[in-house]
Design a protein around this ligand. Structure first.
Ligand code: SF4
Length: 264
């Protein structure tokens, strides 16, 4: 069968060929004819510079004049783009199989994380929140956290729940560790269920520190019973921790480079 006869016009990023439903990632998706045409139309509507102008600017940016202008700068800001900590914590949690990112705090923050990551990766991004509102802001979010964990486990059946916090929970001083103990007592969280947590208020740090804090918390939990002596199994593996790097092309490149070193 040809693609023309099997792809519905409204099929979006779903490849409906064959029996399996396959979600295309953005590398393949944006190579499709409809997206190529959309991109061309967008460039026309925005009166984008011609290829020639782009080439001229590129050549100028590689020349001496551009270099001297950069060296003449007196003020420099490194990493000016700063998003909030739980966004990084959610991304770190998504890297572990069967893990549900759970954000203790207000719902709107989590809607922002989900939409931000979904728009970037062009894939659905699971993340839940304890939906704290005015009453929780006054009386504390313990009841929200316990009920939220119970619901999340019943609905999504995760193997691990990775909990981060928003500004709201941190401003009122919610004690997540204590709340998790209460959740165990209430039967909402089985004793010993993996539930790493990281405090991620966004009035300090950024998405980078949020990612690191959650990663540290998860790895601390997963390795708490590990022997301090390193052991090498029959199929040695290397874990690559790229940090907050949302560009899947970089991961592919790391894999390619490791492949050249003979690492599977
Ligand atoms: S309130 Fe805080 S956690 Fe929520 S989106 Fe804003 S900065 Fe991020």
């Amino acid at each position: 069968m040809t693609e023309a006869t099997t792809r519905r016009p409204d099929s979006g990023n779903l490849d409906l060929r064959g029996d399996a439903l396959r979600v295309l990632d953005h590398n393949e998706l944006f190579g499709l004819q409809e997206y190529v045409e959309q991109h061309a139309a967008k460039r026309e509507m925005e009166a984008a510079p011609s290829d020639e102008e782009v080439g001229q600017t590129l050549a100028w940016s590689q020349g001496w004049e551009y270099r001297e202008r950069n060296f003449a700068r007196e003020a420099l800001v490194i990493n000016p783009l700063k998003a909030c900590q739980p966004l990084g914590a959610v991304l770190a949690a998504l890297g572990f199989a069967g893990t549900l990112p759970y954000v203790h705090g207000s719902q709107g923050c989590v809607a922002y994380f989900r939409s931000h990551l979904s728009r970037h990766f062009k894939e659905p991004v699971p993340a839940v929140s304890s939906s704290m509102t005015e009453d929780a802001a006054v009386f504390g979010g313990q009841a929200n956290l316990i009920e939220g964990i119970e619901n999340a486990r019943a609905l999504y059946k995760p193997e691990m729940i990775a909990i981060s916090t928003t500004c709201m929970a941190e401003v009122i001083g919610d004690d997540v560790k204590m709340f998790l103990g209460s959740a165990e007592e209430a039967g909402a969280l089985p004793v010993g269920f993996p539930a790493p947590y990281a405090n991620t208020p966004s009035f300090v740090g950024s998405h980078l520190t949020g990612y690191d804090s959650m990663l540290f918390s998860i790895l601390s939990l997963l390795t708490q019973d590990a022997s301090p002596e390193p052991t090498v199994g029959p199929r040695p593996r290397i874990n690559v921790l790229p940090g907050f790097d949302p560009y899947v092309g970089n991961v592919r490149e790391i894999r390619r480079l490791l492949g050249q070193l003979g690492v599977e």
